[in-house]
Design a protein around this ligand. Sequence first.
Ligand SMILES: Cc1cc2nc3c(=O)[nH]c(=O)nc-3n(C[C@H](O)[C@H](O)[C@H](O)COP(=O)(O)OP(=O)(O)OC[C@H]3O[C@@H](n4cnc5c(N)ncnc54)[C@H](O)[C@@H]3O)c2cc1C
Length: 457
Amino acid sequence: MSQQKTHVVIVGAGIYGMSTALWMLESGKYTVTMLDKCGILPAPDAASTDLNKIIRSSDYADPNLASLALEAVDFWRKPEWENTYHESGVMVLSAAGEKAGQEFVSKAEENSKNLGIAIESLKTTEQVKRTFDRRIPTGNFGGREGYLNPIGGWAESGRALEVGLKRVRKLGGEIRPGAEVNALVKNGKKVKGVQLKSGEQILGDLVLIAAGAWTPALCALPGVNARLPEVVATGQSVAIIQLTPEEHVQYSSVPVVFNLDDGWYVFPPNPEGLMKMAIHGAGVLNPQENGVSIPRTKLTPGGEDGAIPLANLKILRDGLRQVYPGLANKDFYSTRLCWYCDSVTGDWLIDYHPDFENLIIASGDSGHGFKFTPNIGREILKVIERNPSPEYAEKWGFNYTAKTIKREGSKAAVSDVSKEEPQTSEGGADVRAGKRQILKVEDLVKPHHLKAKSARL
Ligand SMILES: Cc1cc2nc3c(=O)[nH]c(=O)nc-3n(C[C@H](O)[C@H](O)[C@H](O)COP(=O)(O)OP(=O)(O)OC[C@H]3O[C@@H](n4cnc5c(N)ncnc54)[C@H](O)[C@@H]3O)c2cc1C
């Protein structure tokens, strides 16, 4: 006798939603409708949609995340991800005096070794420099040390999301672009579905909210009214340079370089010779009238130019000078503010909402979720089936942040955007430097700042 399938409404077609849809459809037990507010998918301003993302294979201080990341690499290598993954290796560095960064790097190194990876320890600047082809001029790396992990690299993230959404459709999932959810359809504690801005209702047995950095704003809408633990949308600065064909060839063999102390990182050039760098930092907040930070993206009126804070543009160029001085005097090709949904500890929020019977939240990506695209959906599905992996059940739970704040009182109120609190994610999941600032339009770069000569003034 065939069993009735569970119908799931997924809000958000980023990697959290897409990966969950894939695992659900492949299990044969579910039907899925994915809704995304954006009219084009993958949504150009989703965190998941980007030139590239780092795929760290095991470079986590938390040993469980290290294993999960290494498992993800095995999946990335499979044909279904259509060569979107590039195994360049990842160089993980920290300055000796930066305690949090250095501790993270040494734990990550230990975890990588324990997982059997032949990592190369780099204990001096000379050793760091020697790993590069001699024809590539390298800087002093700010005196940083760390290790080179030959496993891992980067993924063409926008293309990978596209590949995943294509598979969702192939497996019979419905994907609806231009479907902005602004309310839940409730019957007491039971959530029967969602309501779109157009007024249309989409009903299902379960509702999964996977709306990335928009999750806090969505959950604060009167029609949703679902309290959340401390998660907040933070804007992170990204910049790109265009290499010449000669430079493209010259730099094609470099690994991803990632400073775990100040959060600066750079990719090898992508197939079009674009080299992206960014700061995994405290980020900026964009509070609305209700105090909840909401992404300001290229699709936000006024935000089309993707401008980032000018101070960060300088940090990005200085970082490039420390690593690849031969490229540090190039014009920037473009910039982007890309939005994390940050939790207090850097652990994700994947749990049933305690106030409702059949509402699940999968968010709080904290800027390091992409590498898990192939396997995060399996973990989300385990939570949905009330059989979470024991190593993550507490950390990804709705009450974990509150417990952490109680234990470590200083970490309170990070999502109170009226304050500019120091960034607090220091756990095994993540490490971050800097202090959150409120985004001010007058502080953002103007087109002339992208010119190299502007930096030299
Ligand atoms: C600058 C930057 C760099 C990063 N680098 C890395 C990296 O190197 N490695 C790594 O592992 N991770 C990285 N990450 C993190 C990674 O991108 C995220 O963890 C991941 O993409 C989050 O996916 P998501 O599905 O939660 O959110 P998103 O990809 O943002 O998707 C959310 C979707 O929800 C939709 N949505 C929002 N509100 C609604 C609504 N009301 N109704 C319907 N749809 C809605 C949006 O349109 C969007 O498509 C980075 C993130 C950023 C911003």
